[in-house]
Design a protein around this ligand. Sequence first.
Ligand code: AMP
Length: 281
Amino acid sequence: MQIVTTIRETRQIIHNASREGKTIGFVPTMGSLHEGHLSLIRRAKTETGFVVVSIFVNPTQFGKDEDFETYPRNLDRDAALSESAGADLIFCPDAGEMYPKGFQTYVEVAEITTGLCGAARPGHFKGVTTVVAKLFNIVKPHKAYFGQKDAQQAAVIEHMVRDLDMDLDIVRCPIVREPDGLAMSSRNVYLSARERNAAVVLSQSLFQAEEMIRQGIRDASEIRQYIASVIQKEPLAQIGYVEVVNAVSLKKVDFIAGQILIALAAKFGNTNLIDNLCIEV
Ligand code: AMP
């Protein structure tokens, strides 16, 4: 496995792999890898011939009061984990390589970025789509792998790919959870022991809501209120949002039918956690 920091070298290595007839799989990450990321790399390894992992804490997707400076970084550990999961190349540029002086071009997906996480994080998805578009242009993957953990992000990327006629497949991979149900996240390391224990309420509330839907409840506001009431019983949790939306358009629904996404965000101390559940009825 090679580790490179420049766009030029990355292109050269991928060009050589393509010339050998290998299909290119791509897993964009911000590092601090866990089993969720590794599941994407392993999936890419089974479906493509050359797996590229990018590790870049992208400054343009962080708000000014967010955790860009403190976001956990550990390249040596990430490289070892990526290699063990099957990565062939790590691209880990610095901010100057991705955003040289004078940079002024952005990619913005409109409506679908306004709700859920987009409502509380203005500019976040513009940073995400801009960096992912740049990474797609650098890596030129046949397939790129994204986690359902960030369901809105995956939907936004799919929209961008469709709208801009980008020539690749987006593969969504299921959420990897801790044994007690907490969705794995690089941000979980910020949680104190008490917050970590409390955070399990998020997945529990979603699993209970899933059971209610399985038993026939179709009123979206009843589901929303139920989830909120479960989370509110946990004193360390501060709800950001709980929404029941169409899984493709991310528009709010009143009635549960078709492909539905139940998405939520809550803060534990200063740590913002998200989780979701996709259900077909
Ligand atoms: P990040 O490093 O947080 O930007 O995440 C990089 C990729 O890993 C994104 O596509 C995420 O959706 C995905 N990912 C993060 N956590 C998980 C998880 N628990 N399960 C599955 N995919 C995940």
